[in-house]
Design a protein around this ligand. Structure first.
Ligand code: FES
Length: 61
């Protein structure tokens, strides 16, 4: 499933960027060599980043 239709970034690619250290949507775009265009995907990327942080916090407890 695509998260970013403008740049053709799939969900698994966003997750890979987050696992590699992306802390903001801009980092996800940078990891894939592109830039934000319409920004419709930014909220979903932020949610994925937040969910990843929560999962890490939960795992650390
Ligand atoms: S859907 Fe990602 S920049 Fe447009």
């Amino acid at each position: 499933m695509y998260v970013c239709n403008c740049n053709g970034i799939r969900e698994r690619q966003v997750r890979a960027a987050i696992e590699a250290g992306a802390a903001r949507p801009a980092d996800v775009f940078r990891a894939h060599g592109c830039k934000v265009q319409c920004a419709r995907c930014v909220c979903e990327m932020r949610e994925m980043i937040d969910q990843s942080r929560e999962a890490l916090r939960f795992a650390a407890e």
